[in-house]
Design a protein around this ligand. Structure first.
Ligand code: AFP
Length: 343
């Protein structure tokens, strides 16, 4: 038997902790007050707390449904509630976040004692249909600026384009917990080491490959798709050696998991509009915009099908949109084929 040629790296030597990394970033911004840095630290704390609950879900008897439905009309599971409450509790504590809009709440929750000028949008537990079967789930978040000269935040304060978000990220609770973050310049991933209780920088400056070989879409929706989307799927499944087709198909059903794979390996994830969801299924503020910001900051693309996700100004808190993200060449091909048939 040969001895193993690879030893797991000591995570403490792989890179800085998330906290150090954020602090170092702050020192480069003249006049930074530390509010944004502290808010990011609260979000990282939220991720650690949710990780703990996700990892012990089976033991703690918190799997399964509560029997209630959320504002989207979907069945609420216990972990969804726990994640939502954890997020509210940690963001409320230090007063950096003035209000939170969550997938689980019809209206934003306002923190009147807060002095910070930031708003958070979040899907605290994304992919909840995968909880009971031990498949990756996640948390998605975006940080928005609130102009305090206009008074305390209102619903209107959240109606901001993704392009104006200050930061976006997601946490994937997979084989390990990974937090992916961008402030617009560069995308970095931090892997959680439960023994140290810290996120360590594990993927610095992630770049989405310009072309991939995987497409990710819920093929069960085929009969509801437009002609253009059907043609695009037929295209990626066609054989053409020169362009690397057919592509492989992967679909988890948790946006964080499908997006994370697409970000690292390239290819394309698509949740287009269809007959059942004519406006699309995914939520603009706390799913599409944060994920789109990450892809664009990593050199990938994010489109509604014919225009940029990051340029839409929301008209409702829980607005739904189509979302197509991935490698630039793959998203370009999607837009070209769908545009040709769905004028
Ligand atoms: P849940 O959080 O309700 O499970 O929704 C997951 C999700 O919003 C997103 O994470 C997936 O990409 C998408 O829905 C999956 O939708 P389908 O089940 O319709 O494929």
């Amino acid at each position: 038997m040969t001895s193993p040629s690879w030893n797991p790296p000591d995570s403490s030597q792989v890179g800085a902790t998330l906290e150090t990394f954020i602090l170092e970033g702050m020192f480069q911004v003249p006049g930074a007050t530390g509010t944004f840095t502290a808010l990011l630290n609260q979000i990282s704390l939220t991720a650690k707390l949710i990780t703990g609950r996700v990892r012990s879900a089976g033991l703690a008897d918190i799997l399964g449904y509560t029997g209630e439905t959320n504002v989207q009309g979907e069945t609420v599971q216990k972990l969804d509630i726990i994640a939502n409450e954890t997020m509210i509790a940690s963001l409320r504590r230090q007063g950096h976040c003035a209000a939170l809009a969550s997938e689980e709440l019809e209206e934003p929750v306002y923190f009147p004692k807060a002095t910070g000028n930031y708003l958070v949008v979040a899907d605290p537990l994304d992919g909840s249909s995968n909880i009971d079967v031990n498949v990756s789930i996640g948390t998605i978040f975006g940080i928005l600026r609130h102009d305090r000269s206009k008074g305390p935040p209102t619903l209107e304060s959240f109606m901001q384009r993704g392009r104006d978000y200050v930061a976006s990220g997601y946490v994937i609770y997979g084989s390990s917990t990974v937090l992916v973050l961008t402030t617009g310049k560069g995308v970095h991933a931090f892997t959680y080491d439960p023994t140290a209780g810290e996120f360590f920088l594990s993927h610095e400056n992630i770049r989405c490959p310009t072309k991939g070989s995987i497409y990710s879409v819920n093929e069960g929706n085929q009969s509801r798709w437009s002609e253009g989307v059907k043609r695009w799927v037929a295209h990626v499944k066609d054989t053409d050696k020169a362009s690397g087709r057919p592509y492989s198909h992967r679909y988890v059903g948790s946006l964080v998991a499908d997006a994370h794979r697409t970000l690292l390996k390239g290819g394309i994830f698509a949740y287009p509009a269809d007959n059942k969801n004519p406006k699309g299924k995914l939520r603009l503020l706390y799913e599409a915009s944060p994920v789109a910001m990450i892809f664009e900051a990593a050199g990938g693309r994010a489109t509604l099908g014919n225009s940029s996700v990051l340029d839409i100004t929301p008209s409702e808190l829980h607005q739904r949109v189509p979302l197509i993200v991935g490698s630039t060449e793959d998203v370009d091909t999607y837009e070209r084929i769908v545009g040709e048939y769905d004028r």
